[in-house]
Design a protein around this ligand. Structure first.
Ligand SMILES: NC(=O)c1ccc[n+]([C@@H]2O[C@H](COP(=O)([O-])OP(=O)(O)OC[C@H]3O[C@@H](n4cnc5c(N)ncnc54)[C@H](O)[C@@H]3O)[C@@H](O)[C@H]2O)c1
Ligand SMILES: [Zn+2]
Ligand SMILES: [Zn+2]
Length: 393
């Protein structure tokens, strides 16, 4: 089959690789009909090279049809399914508590990481990913989300990751109707986090340097701002000087406007892989402009929910302010299946309350994935979300 493989920093290529096969009776093989590129893939593309090997298949936002199902699954050939990016058993101590991204059956203990993820480096188990014609799905007795036949792929596809990630990000703020929420970053995750805030009756402020991302969020009732020097003050002024009740950081480790972190990224990039991996695990390599902005912005006693992925073990945080402002923090990989019962009715609703019809800017054949990665990273051609089509010739 054809699959998108990681080859080096900013270098991915479509290669012919062996077809996946069933290895356990809890596995399934799916033929992938749509598979998205995520902001998390950009971290592999730019920064997490020390944890990658050339030839690794990436991608963790796939959906498709079952072509082969192990005897211990209740799937059958032809079932249409979305595959959550977190791989979990559904029955261990963590899964019983719906902490699926911490599943004890799939935790990557040798790296000190939580549950395995599709296509996400040694840190998360080196599981072959979903930007491919076919995908082996471990724990298919629990993971796959069975969906109906009527609606097009893009209505369902984002249940694999960004929609539940955004939903969890907003739930973690514990805010509701009448509250105010700032969303840092209006990439795909921030788009949904901001729209979910609006849907739940909040006043939402969205911050992103990219004009078309702000314009997209504004179409969904979000008050938008660039990441300028005055932004924090302007939003404070709009909230009686206190700042919003909570914030979602949907930016992560590669935030724009973080000179110190940027220098650390460049330094890590010059080291051989084992040293670079060690440095990332022991020092501060994150670019923190968005997270520090959130600490500054939210009101005293407010909550900051971090959806963006961070990777440095000792990135500097303003603890004095965090303590003095009595801030609360929540964060983590998404427990995808925890939120599907809430989200499935919303993506199937003809009124499209979260605007899933207004997110994808590019759908291209898998063969064009290398150009699509470059476009998504550089944010050229108005690119906001790319879906790859492995069946298009
Ligand atoms: N927790 C999870 O389970 C989970 C799941 C999916 C994605 N993520 C993470 O969420 C983050 C966002 O993902 P995405 O797909 O939306 O990616 P993305 O890269 O498209 O979005 C990031 C956005 O942040 C903006 N930005 C950069 N610097 C900023 C700043 N200083 N202030 C405000 N905005 C800034 C960028 O312009 C961009 O629009 C990534 O870090 C990704 O790894 C986490
Ligand atoms: Zn993702
Ligand atoms: Zn489990």
């Amino acid at each position: 089959m054809k699959a998108l493989t990681w080859q080096g920093k900013r270098k991915v290529s479509v290669e012919t690789v062996p077809d996946p096969t069933l290895q356990q009776d809890t596995d399934a093989i799916i033929e992938v009909t749509s598979t998205a590129i995520c902001g998390s893939d950009l971290h592999l593309y730019e920064l997490l090279g020390p944890f990658m090997s050339p030839g690794d298949i990436i991608g963790h936002e796939p959906m498709g049809r079952v072509v082969e199902a192990g005897s211990a699954t209740n799937l059958k050939e032809g079932d249409r399914v979305v595959i959550p990016f977190t791989i979990c058993c559904g029955s261990c101590w963590m899964c019983q508590r719906q902490l699926y991204s911490q599943c004890e059956a799939t935790q990557v203990t040798e790296q000190g990481s939580g549950a395995k993820l599709f296509g996400y480096s040694k840190l998360y188990g080196s599981v072959p990913g979903g930007q491919a014609e076919y995908l082996r799905v471990p724990y298919a007795n629990f993971g796959p989300i069975r969906i109906g036949e009527e609606l097009p792929d893009h209505r369902y596809l984002f249940l694999s990751d960004i929609l539940p990630t955004a939903w969890q990000g907003v739930q973690f703020t514990q805010l509701g109707k009448g509250d105010s929420l700032a969303v840092f970053g209006l990439g795909p995750v921030g788009q949904f986090a901001a729209r979910i805030g609006v849907h739940l009756g909040m006043r939402v402020f969205g911050i992103d340097p990219v004009p078309e991302r702000r314009a997209m969020a504004a179409r969904h009732g979000v008050e938008v701002f660039t990441d300028g020097d005055d932004t924090i003050q302007e939003i404070k002024d709009a909230t009686e000087g206190r700042g919003p009740d909570g914030a979602v950081d949907a930016v992560g480790m590669e935030a724009h406007g973080s000179p110190l972190g940027h220098a650390a990224h460049q330094a890590v990039g010059l080291l051989p892989d084992p040293l670079a991996a060690k440095m990332m695990k022991t020092t501060g390599v994150d670019r923190l402009a968005a997270l520090h902005g959130a600490v500054d912005l939210v009101r005293r006693g407010g909550t900051i929910s971090i959806s963006g992925v961070y990777g440095g073990e000792a990135s500097p945080m303003p603890l004095m302010t965090m303590f003095d402002k009595q801030l609360q923090f929540r964060m983590g990989q998404c427990n995808v299946k925890r939120w599907i019962d809430d989200l499935l009715p919303l993506v199937e609703d003809p009124a499209d309350p979260l605007g899933v019809e207004d997110l994808v800017t590019h759908r291209v054949p898998l063969a064009q994935a290398p150009e699509a990665y470059e476009m998504f990273q550089k944010k050229t051609d108005g690119c906001i979300k790319v879906v790859l089509d492995p069946q298009a010739k």
